[in-house]
Structures are given as structure tokens and as C-alpha cells.
Design a protein around this ligand. Structure first.
Ligand code: UDP
Length: 314
């Protein structure tokens, strides 16, 4: 049995990961200060003898207390409204938090997997995005606390590897959706589904021609675990995402049809620095991890609609 630390373990991705690791027979410590994470996401896990919840802030957590074999560093608010609400906190979580987790991994000779992001590429000028692309990021804009924070976190990982031989692994996660998303988190799939189920206006930002590529959470978790289980030489960064690309207008129409909603689609201002096109090149994930997503948008949306129906009924 491995001792595993998941930071941000009560969040959307973190809680899905904790569930999966417990099912595989590991002992999971879940660190989360519930800034955006939710206790309800880990409610069933709290009763499991192989699960311990640590309600602490990653920036101040006492790193010498516990011993780990593996660390998944997922702590950080991830939806644009959530990470912009307290931008300094977001930056500190990425910078101070990642440094602390790298120190802890080094001390334990543990593997550490950093949850990085397609936001590393900013508003990308190449298409689809490969890991070699250095990105087109505004350093002083409203998304910078997240984008630059995550970029520094990657820099930290590779400097720890070079200077201290820390066993780092970096994945760049593209848009992901599914169970345990917060209905109010502000991301496009949760917004559109909740709006459609409630017959409220579907809010497209801009003209809806911007694109995203959406990965269902179960596929992503498979890829994340494959990355952790790969040899130490496989450090990444490796893109994880589903290359099926859609405009936000297409997405809105698909969801309205699926829900048979009476909602009408309205157009609102496009937020600043909103990337216009995003699609992962996942050749590296295929080559090094033998991973590619298997769940289509159609299948994933069906599951996610069912999930949000239950959430709204409660
Ligand atoms: N978006 C939208 N309506 C919403 C929420 C988001 O049209 O209610 C757009 C947003 O402007 C962006 C895309 O959907 O172009 C994806 O946004 P999200 O916040 O999910 O993630 P991002 O990829 O921007 O981090």
C-alpha cells in the first residue's frame, strides 16, 4: 500500500483522483483548505479507513509531519472567476505551495506530479498546442495569477529536478468536466448545463466562435495515474486532454438539445485575454503513457447532465 498525498483533494479533479486511488488500495491523505474544494466531494471517502482529510492551507502546512511515496499537487482554484477572486492567493498557492510540496517530495524521495495546465500556452499562436510551444501569455492581465503562477510552478519542478534530483512529473491539463464540478464554479460546461436544466438563458461570452476541447474526468484520471506510474525519466511536461474541438456556440446548442431545454442563447461580453482557440496535441501522451481519451463529448455530457440533475434536486 502506498502513502499518497493529494493537495486540493476536495476539489473537482482532486476528489475524483482520491476516489480512484482508494479503489486501487492506497492510503490517501487529502490536503485542502476548502477555498474552492467541497466537503461533499469527499463525504463518502471520510468513512474509509484508508483516507484522511487534512483541512489546511498548502502555504502554511507543516511539511515534516508525514511521510509519502507520492504527491499529486493539484491545489489551486482553477475556474477563471475563482482564481481571479483573490489573485494574490492564487499566485501564492502556486508558488509557495508548489515549492513546499517539492521540498516535501525531495525529503521523502517521493514522486511528485504537478497539475499544470493548457493556460501555460496563454492565447496560443500555434495549433494544436504541442509541449514544445512556449506560449503567448500576458504577464500582467487578469488571468496572469493563474497562468504565470502555473508557469513558475513548472519552472520550480524542473529546477528541483536539476538541482536536487527530485522525481518530478508535469502534466498540462486541458479543459475537463464531469462529476464533482461545482454548479457555481463559472466554467462553461457547468454553467451551460445548469442554465439549460433550469430553463435560464445560456450565456455565451463573445460571439461563441472561440473553441475548447473537453475531456471527461474519468479519462483524465486514467492519464494522470499512468503518468505517476511511468518511469522516473518520463518527467513531461505532457499534455492531457481530448483533442475533439468545439466552438462555444456548438457546445451551447448540443447541451440545449440534450436537455430539451426552453433556454434561449444570449451573447455577453468576452472576458479579457480569453483564448480564442485551444486543442491539445496528445502525441506524447500516446507515446509515453499509451493513453488517449475514450469517452466522447456526447457520452461525457450525458453523465454530467445526470450528475447536475441530482445536484439540483438536493
Ligand atoms: N464561457 C462562455 N459562457 C460561460 C462560461 C464560459 O461562453 O458561461 C466561455 C469562456 O469565455 C471561454 C470558454 O467558454 O471562452 C471556456 O471557459 P471556461 O471558464 O470553462 O474555461 P477556460 O478554458 O477559459 O479556462
Amino acid at each position: 500500500m502506498k502513502n499518497i498525498l493529494v493537495t486540493g483533494g476536495a476539489g473537482f479533479l482532486g476528489s475524483n483522483l482520491c476516489e480512484r486511488l482508494i479503489r486501487e488500495g492506497d492510503f490517501v491523505y487529502c490536503l485542502d483548505n476548502l477555498y474552492t474544494g467541497k466537503l461533499k466531494n469527499i463525504e463518502i471517502l471520510l468513512e474509509n479507513k484508508n483516507f484522511e482529510f487534512i483541512n489546511e492551507d498548502i502555504r502554511t502546512f507543516n511539511i515534516n509531519k508525514l511521510k509519502f511515496d507520492e504527491i499529486y499537487n493539484a491545489a489551486c482554484p482553477a475556474s477563471p472567476p475563482a482564481y481571479q477572486k483573490d489573485a494574490i492567493y492564487t499566485l501564492e498557492t502556486n508558488i509557495i505551495g508548489t515549492k513546499k510540496m517539492l521540498e516535501l517530495a525531495t525529503l521523502n524521495n517521493a514522486k511528485i506530479l504537478q497539475f499544470s495546465t493548457s493556460e501555460i500556452y496563454g492565447n496560443p499562436l500555434i495549433y494544436p498546442q504541442t509541449e514544445e510551444y512556449w506560449g503567448n501569455v500576458n504577464p500582467i492581465g487578469i488571468r496572469s495569477c493563474y497562468d504565470e503562477g502555473k508557469r513558475v510552478a513548472e519552472t520550480f519542478c524542473f529546477d528541483y529536478k536539476r538541482q536536487k534530483n527530485t522525481r518530478v512529473k508535469v502534466i498540462r491539463i486541458f479543459n475537463t468536466y464531469g462529476k464533482n464540478m461545482d454548479k457555481n464554479d463559472g466554467r462553461v460546461i457547468s454553467n451551460f448545463i445548469v442554465q439549460a436544466l433550469q430553463n435560464k438563458d445560456i450565456t455565451i461570452y463573445g460571439d461563441g466562435t472561440q473553441t475548447r476541447s473537453f475531456c471527461y474526468v474519468d479519462d483524465l484520471i486514467d492519464g494522470i495515474i499512468k503518468m505517476m506510474n511511468s518511469d522516473d525519466e518520463v518527467t513531461g511536461p505532457i499534455n492531457l486532454g481530448n483533442p475533439q474541438e468545439f466552438t462555444m456556440k456548438e457546445l451551447a446548442e448540443i447541451i440545449v438539445n440534450k436537455v430539451s431545454s426552453k433556454s434561449k442563447i444570449i451573447f455577453m461580453d468576452l472576458p479579457k485575454d480569453d483564448p480564442t482557440k485551444r486543442k491539445p496535441d496528445i502525441s506524447k501522451a500516446k507515446e509515453y503513457l499509451k493513453w488517449s481519451p475514450t469517452i466522447t463529448l456526447d457520452q461525457g455530457l450525458n453523465k454530467t447532465i445526470e450528475y447536475f440533475k441530482e445536484v439540483l434536486e438536493k
